[in-house]
Write a protein that binds this ligand. Sequence first.
Ligand SMILES: [Mg+2]
Length: 245
Amino acid sequence: MFSFLVNNNNKGKRNNGQDPFSSEEVQTKSATLRGISSNMWWDKVRAGLSQRFNFEGIVSAVTVVARDRRLAVPHIAVPDIRWVDWGELKRRGVQGVVFDKDNTLTCPYSLAVWTPLVESLEQCRSVFGGNVVIFSNSAGLDQYDVGGVKKPAGTAEDIEKYFGCPSSVLVMVGDRHFTDIVYGNRNGFLTILTEPFSLAQEPFIVRQVRKLEKSLVNNWYQKGCRPTNHSLLSEAKKCVKDPAL
Ligand SMILES: [Mg+2]
């Protein structure tokens, strides 16, 4: 079964054995936390913005990337998770997988896995068993998770505790350079970038930031910027497959 690691640096909360896409738990948390928010106007504005736009995450990412651009470059890029050979990844040393949710597994704000990805996700779960979690920034929304941090902020400490192994043998899979990939690279994961599959439901500002991220990273790559070193990189490159074959 999945575990839904709501965010790191937040005491490693998770709902072992429960379906992460069940809205029940989220609604319960939301109801419990409703009304706790501060009266300060900035908290309210920030909460409203956070629901649609990870402003703090972008600021954090820009700060990190300004020091080392390589952190925004994924080790591997694929159209979507169907291109990943999960069994081969396991045979070559990977011990677990951390997924982003929106536009990696589900349409934005949806709780259901995008249908074409269901089979690949099931394969991943059958290969890695309980060592598959979802680490979603929407869990860092104030109404769900007061004080939680969002990618790329935070460390991998709670994730490593959960898996019982170092992040160097874990894969971070996500669709955003400045959140998922920066978080994964700066914490020692092998990083896999997927293409988003539903831009229509994304807020305008998120689409613009996504375009900017992609354009910047492509430009850096063309100028010779390459991903950070990773001990599993050469092995993992052999784990990309064409799902049509
Ligand atoms: Mg995403």
